[in-house]
Design a protein around this ligand. Structure first.
Ligand code: NDP
Length: 276
């Protein structure tokens, strides 16, 4: 019998900014327990070796963040339906027979924040998704389930937007076409540009009267897009902090069998990370 204490981790690069250890510690505290949750810096192509090593040391569950969500798919023995639809994995659950079950809690986490906490409507709305990486892939199926009137995707690398759009039967837009693409009721920014403090040029005409804008990042990384959205006339702006807490709660439930309360943890984090 192993004497190794079970532990949890988030794998990605960059990962030093991740709030996941704080969130999972707060969830555990609600249950009157403690847990070990580490940040594991891991480059593209390095996930298999990192997971193999970590599992020998008692890794009992993992979150996967950028840029590893697609890479994680190929390492899983099984996928949940939502991970399969997304083609991206953000949560690994150990299987008793060995190997990992890959899940994706990003989409459900985003919906929980947008619909329940922010009281935003998606059904019947025109939606623009900016980005085509792991986060965009994770949230798109969940957004489509809400029956928006139409969905368009734009990405720095057009081929990735086209592939994601083709997979889900929605529109891919070229960046140069944005100025003539009309306006959208909900613009979701799922690119990692904000982590570098930048935002690609976006025409203000994208924001329809009364529109909402949602940035999946939080903290300083969310500022460029949220500033742009406010200047373009967005009525509501939302950052990714609520989604972060909700997707973490869904992962926690997979590992521990109990769904933690998210609102106190969200409010606690919000004190440190006000909406930029
Ligand atoms: P990936 O590395 O998988 O994808 C990155 C995406 O950002 C790609 O579409 C990439 O375009 C685009 N991109 C990167 N840099 C730039 C730039 N300078 N200009 C324009 N586009 C750029 O990352 P993820 O999809 O996993 O993460 C994206 C963001 O979402 C991150 O900021 C992450 O923190 C956030 N996130 C938040 C979550 C939450 O719970 N709140 C959950 C998941 C993610 P290209 O294809 O051309 O490379």
């Amino acid at each position: 019998m192993s004497t190794t204490t079970p532990w949890y981790a988030v794998f990605g690069q960059p990962v030093s900014h991740s709030r996941s250890p704080v969130i999972h510690a707060a969830f555990a505290a609600q249950q009157g327990t403690t847990l070990r949750y580490e940040r594991m810096d891991c480059p593209s192509g390095g996930l298999r070796a990192a997971l193999t090593e970590a599992r020998t040391q008692g890794l009992a569950g993992a979150n996967i963040t950028l840029p590893l969500k697609a890479e994680a798919v190929s390492l899983c023995a099984r996928l949940s339906l939502r991970a399969e639809r997304a083609g991206a994995v953000n949560t690994l659950v150990p299987l008793s027979e060995g190997g990992w079950l890959g899940d994706n809690t990003d989409g459900a986490g985003l919906l929980q924040d947008l619909l329940a906490r922010q009281q935003l409507a998606i059904a019947g709305r025109r939606l623009l998704l900016i980005g085509a990486g792991g986060a965009a892939a994770g949230v798109l199926p969940a957004l489509l389930d809400q029956m928006p009137a139409m969905v368009a995707i734009v990405n720095r690398s057009p081929a990735r937007a086209q592939e994601l759009a083709r997979r889900h039967g929605v529109h891919a837009l070229a960046w140069e076409a944005l100025s003539t693409a009309g306006s959208f009721d909900l613009v979701v920014h799922a690119s990692a540009a904000g982590l570098g403090g930048t935002l690609p040029a976006l025409p203000e005409t994208l924001i329809a009267p009364g529109a909402s804008a949602c940035e999946l990042s939080y903290g300083a990384a969310a500022r460029p897009f949220l500033d742009w959205a406010r200047a373009a006339g967005a009525k509501r702006v939302v950052d990714g902090l609520g989604m972060l807490v909700e997707q973490a709660a869904l992962a926690y439930a997979q590992w521990h069998g109990t769904r933690p309360q998210t609102e106190p943890v969200y409010q606690q984090l919000r004190q440190d990370l006000p909406l930029p």
